[in-house]
Design a binder for this molecule. Structure first.
Ligand code: ADP
Ligand code: GLC
Length: 468
């Protein structure tokens, strides 16, 4: 069974968030299953990975985007070093950028990616068994292979659309239809939602099946999906919730080269303390106090807007009996507020930016990881923290409620239901209540590290779905 994953991100080539981690791991684990050949197709980026590895040009052609003729090159990494065949689509001017997102002409960029991939597959007569599309950036593929004349060779290929984040749907005005490969115009309704082309809605309508990255999130989409609630209800018959796993080759505290002190379940307490002492020293924190951490994008979906108030209130209310460390970036109001508190409170440390190495060190050093998300389709941070013996404190939503059980019901994490500062502080107080109980902490650390989040089970579930 030949599967092509289409995605704008893939770890370690280009990562903005969890999408990259999933696309960098899932195909590798799928390839361990007999009879499966999973590959990844992504845009070409000006990233160190592409300069440090050798590629063959396997296709060189042209597409038309409106009045513009664009060159399309497909480059294949020579050695399959990531555990799968990696193809990168290069289109000068659109798919040769430094980063996946943040450009004014994103709609052109993602249309060009989808068009370029399908043009290449059709021209070379490559007919996969499954095209697996990730998020809205590839959401028009299921429509295109059925209704664009240029891709008639691919008609009937089965498609899976995975929703990693339904907050982003890629809506664009109907004028953009002029920049798509020509399609059966009477089928326009399959792309439309409320007068716009909505790639995520189109993916749900046209894909053979669609998935969300947890069962909990799928259930939430019925009531909160930025206007697509009724659509997901209508199409529920082909919806599946499959939880993400984590790449245990990359996220293994025993071998992780990004850690100062590696550890396993037997020596976790002592080694975690050493990691924490080093990190605290570097950031001027107090290693004898509990360390709460947050890692992530400063976006409202992550509840990052609560963080400034959480910082000052928790430090004040505990009379300075805790440390907080935050790594991330995003909304500038939040960044500025946190910078101010970084200056004011010695118990608080802030590192603004995207730092893969530091994130690993924090997962290994912290006592508690905060995830006050309003929306969390799956969430990987809680799983990484658990693997690294750090107790997750999470809002009970989406994938967080599927993966973190509260200590009061026999689990090894802390949950709260309402997204707000009071509830976060209350949850942190519960954490402070157990921090000094050595045996309790030890049991929780063990229980978290013992959790099985490996990709094997979920990779099997996707294969079963493909076969179905
Ligand atoms: P999302 O994809 O919505 O941002 P996930 O929990 O699925 O959330 O994945 C986030 C991923 O990005 C994790 O691998 C996390 O460690 C990483 N990450 C987020 N922010 C940063 C940062 N500032 N520096 C390093 N890694 C980060
Ligand atoms: C999205 C979601 C996150 C999920 C990730 C990987 O970025 O916000 O919850 O873990 O995709 O599926």
């Amino acid at each position: 069974m030949v599967v092509y994953h289409l995605s704008t991100e893939c770890y370690p080539i280009a990562k903005v968030g969890g999408l990259a981690d999933v696309v960098g791991a899932l195909p590798k684990y799928q390839n361990k299953i007999k009879g499966v050949d999973a590959k990844v197709v992504m845009p070409w980026y000006n990233k160190s990975f592409v300069h440090e590895h050798e590629f063959d040009i396997v296709f060189d052609g042209f597409i038309h985007q409106g009045p513009n003729m664009l060159q399309v090159q497909v480059l294949k990494e020579k050695t399959d070093v990531l555990g799968f065949e990696l193809f990168m689509v290069r289109i000068p001017g659109l798919l040769d950028r430094d980063n996946p997102y943040g450009y004014q002409d994103e709609s052109f960029q993602f249309l060009a990616f989808q068009h370029g991939v399908l043009h290449w597959l059709s021209a070379m007569e490559i007919r996969p068994d499954i095209l697996h599309c990730h998020d809205y950036h590839t959401g028009l593929v299921p429509f295109m292979i059925e209704h664009c004349h240029e891709f008639s060779f691919l008609r009937g290929v089965k498609t899976i659309g995975t929703i990693h984040n339904g907050e982003y749907q890629g809506m664009m005005s109907w004028e953009m239809a002029n920049y798509m490969p020509s399609f059966d115009s009477y089928k326009w309704g399959l792309m439309d939602w409320n007068g716009f082309i909505n790639p995520l809605a189109s993916m749900i309508k046209c894909a053979t099946a669609f998935t969300t990255v947890s069962q909990g999130y799928l259930e939430e989409l019925f009531v909160s999906f930025r206007g697509l609630e009724s659509l997901v209800r209508d199409e529920f018959g082909k919806a599946y919730g499959i939880i993400n796993g984590i790449d245990s080759d990359v996220w293994n505290p025993e071998t992780d080269p990004m850690l100062d002190f590696n550890f396993n379940i037997k020596n976790a307490i002592g080694q975690k303390r050493k990691n924490k002492e080093k990190l605290c020293k570097e950031y001027g924190l107090k290693p004898e106090l509990p360390l709460f951490a947050f890692i992530g994008r400063f976006a409202t979906e992550k509840g990052a807007d609560f963080l400034p108030d959480v910082v000052w209130r928790s430090i004040k209310q505990s009379y300075g009996a805790l440390n907080i460390m935050i790594l991330g970036s995003g909304n500038s109001y939040i960044e500025n507020k946190l910078k101010e508190y970084d200056y004011t409170y010695t118990n608080f440390a802030l590192d603004l930016g995207y730092k893969e190495h530091l994130s690993h060190k924090i997962y290994a050093s912290a006592d508690f990881l905060l995830m006050p998300s309003r929306v969390e389709p799956c969430g990987l941070n809680q799983m990484y923290s658990m693997r690294y013996g750090t107790i997750p404190i999470v809002r009970y939503t989406g994938g967080l409620r599927d993966t973190v059980e509260d200590i009061s019901t026999g689990g090894a994490g802390i949950n709260f239901t309402f997204p707000g500062v009071d509830d976060i502080i209350h949850a942190m107080n519960r954490a402070l209540g157990i921090y000094n109980e050595k045996d309790v902490m030890k049991n929780l650390i063990n229980a978290n590290m013992n959790f099985d989040f490996s990709w094997e089970k979920s990779a099997e579930k996707y294969i079963a779905l493909y076969k179905n």
